[in-house]
Design a protein around this ligand. Structure first.
Ligand SMILES: NC(=O)C1=CN([C@@H]2O[C@H](COP(=O)(O)OP(=O)(O)OC[C@H]3O[C@@H](n4cnc5c(N)ncnc54)[C@H](OP(=O)(O)O)[C@@H]3O)[C@@H](O)[C@H]2O)C=CC1
Ligand SMILES: O=C1O[C@H](COP(=O)(O)O)[C@@H](O)[C@H](O)[C@H]1O
Length: 504
């Protein structure tokens, strides 16, 4: 049984129920699957079903071939609703009775996931009340809790939240969601590195010059200005999703694919990020910026400070770029450049491994300079992997051009690629926490991010750059890159990435 707290909210309707529906249609949910929505709103089972299933505009998408009425009705019958009264801090005895009734009706064996999809300030209250009603014990079926982001606001609050949850649930029962880990391409980072023998020998300071990770969104803060203005790019994307990607790029090979083997290595990776402690280092290695009003294709785009819910004098960043080093044997001296931003020219997330130039230039007039070998791992969209390597241009002499060697997920036309929430929900049902963040991972990530946030908020004369909505951030961001290089500003499609002989 999936018990969703905050079931009347946006996440339930827009992400959770559509993901469950996809799993249902694909026949991947257990036979006895049932959902109990819980929140303060006064709803009947019928009204809840209408809201999140029958009248929902979110159940189909452009890749869908349409669900039948029968499927939708069959799915809706598995949804029930219970209100907690006027506050989540109440006696959950009535909730317990309802859960027991549904357990019997659907023969669930007492296996329950509690999904916390309320404002984070309520997480601890909810788990305390679950425990008070004896709804956390595992002697009659397993009990897992899935905790939505944001997980804390700082290292201190993340630690408090961890301790708060762990008072009532064992760490093995706690699933902290990071939807980037549910993305197929993020998981493929592990496979690319550890299921091949051709990349890993090069995956170190001897062959890699620097690593660049870009997460760009073309949208602004949309309707979430109120939330975002208290958060900012560093908390919203960098502390969680991007540092999760960093941990997969940086980690050592685990001894196996058991969840704890992988998570142990990720924690070690996060703990090896060099924490920036003094103002000079923070000044030279971080850049923050806000988008300002502009016009894109004749359409006026609001600046961040004009967005609904955002303070007119806000100092919250919508662009964050950070250069850092990893203090371990493998990565000594290799700079990592990671940026995330809203209102960029396109939506794209990619990891770019820039290899060193060959140690000795044999082909002196080849035109190869500045065109290093790259491995581009495209997380989204146009998911795939592309290697840029030098080939000889036919003709006299040794002119070299960069060609592309590539793989695209879209080539796997017959394969159903699960969306992030589908994969993560299914894993939590199966008790597989590999793709969920452990307490120490979250804390290690905050440990790295906290000094940057503190500097941005309290440092002396910290610049807040502006960038016109629709461009690749402030010009000064290129100053972060060592030497003559710039950020790679990719197009929407990896397949369009310029390379010699693209039409073959
Ligand atoms: N929406 C999204 O795309 C994403 C959301 N999240 C996280 O998921 C959680 C839920 O988000 P979302 O569904 O968007 O939030 P909403 O505000 O839409 O819904 C939250 C639900 O919690 C209940 N609630 C209880 N107390 C409060 C309160 N003081 N203020 C507002 N709501 C309250 C409300 O139900 P009721 O009043 O009936 O009790 C409400 O329906 C949050 O922690 C959010 O950070 C994370 C990633 C993406
Ligand atoms: O967690 C979040 O992620 C989305 C971006 O997710 P994606 O899967 O579309 O890349 C971001 O828009 C949002 O601000 C953030 O809270």
């Amino acid at each position: 049984m999936l018990v969703i707290f905050g079931a009347s909210g946006d996440l339930t309707a827009r992400k959770l129920v559509p993901a469950l529906f996809k799993l249902y249609r694909a026949g991947e949910l257990p036979q006895n699957f049932v959902v109990l929505g819980v929140s303060r709103s006064d709803l009947t089972d019928g009204a809840f079903r209408k809201r999140v299933v029958l009248d929902s505009p979110h159940l189909s998408d452009e890749n869908d071939n349409g669900a039948s009425d029968e499927q939708i009705k069959g799915f809706a019958k598995r949804f029930f609703y219970e209100d907690v009264g006027s506050s989540y801090d109440s006696d959950y005895q009535q909730l317990r009775n309802r859960i027991e009734d549904l357990n019997d009706m659907f023969n669930t064996g007492g296996n329950i996931i509690y999904y916390l999809s309320t404002p984070p300030t309520l997480y601890e209250t909810i788990v305390k009340n679950l425990a008070n009603a004896d709804l956390n014990t595992q002697n009659n079926g397993w009990k897992h809790i899935i905790v939505e982001k944001p997980f804390g606001y700082s290292l201190k609050t993340a630690k408090e939240l961890n301790r708060g949850l762990q008072r009532f649930f064992d760490e093995s029962q706690i699933y902290r969601i990071d939807h980037y880990l549910g993305k197929e391409t993020v998981q493929n980072l592990l496979v690319t590195r550890f299921a091949n023998s051709i990349f890993e020998p090069l995956w170190n300071r001897i062959y890699i010059h620097h690593i660049e990770i870009t997460n760009a969104e073309s949208v602004g803060v949309e309707k979430r200005g109120g939330y975002y203005d208290k958060s900012g790019a560093l908390r919203d994307m960098f502390q969680n999703h991007l540092l999760q990607i960093v941990s997969l790029v940086v980690m050592e090979p685990p001894i196996g694919d058991a969840p704890e083997e992988i998570r142990n290595e990720k924690v070690k990776a996060l703990k090896s990020l060099r924490i920036m402690r003094d103002e000079e280092t923070l000044k030279n290695n971080t850049i923050r910026a806000q988008y300002v009003a502009s016009e894109i294709d004749g359409k006026k785009i609001k600046g961040y400070r004009e967005e609904e819910g955002v303070a007119p004098n806000s100092t919250t960043e919508t662009y964050a770029a950070v250069k850092f080093f990893v203090d371990n044997w493998r990565w000594h001296g290799v700079p990592f450049y990671v940026r995330t931003a809203k209102r960029m020219p396109t939506k794209v997330t990619e990891v770019v491994i820039h290899f060193n130039t060959p140690p000795h230039q044999i082909f002196k007039d080849s035109g190869i300079r500045g065109k290093d070998n790259k491995l581009i791992i495209r997380i989204q969209p146009d998911e795939g992997i592309l290697i840029k390597f030098g080939v000889k241009v036919p003709g006299q002499g040794f002119k070299v051009e960069r060609a592309n060697l590539d793989f695209y997920y879209s080539c796997l036309a017959e394969t159903r690629v699960m969306q992030a929430y589908e994969r993560l929900l299914l894993d939590a049902m199966q008790g597989d926490a590999t793709l969920y963040a452990r307490a120490d991972e979250v804390e290690a990530a905050w440990e790295f991010v906290d000094p940057i946030l503190d500097y941005w908020q309290n440092g002396k004369n910290v610049r807040m750059y502006g960038y016109a909505a629709g461009v690749w951030g402030p010009e000064n961001a290129d100053d972060l890159i060592e030497g003559p290089g710039n950020w790679r500003n990719p197009g929407e499609n990896l397949a369009d990435d310029p390379g010699y002989c693209v039409i073959c």
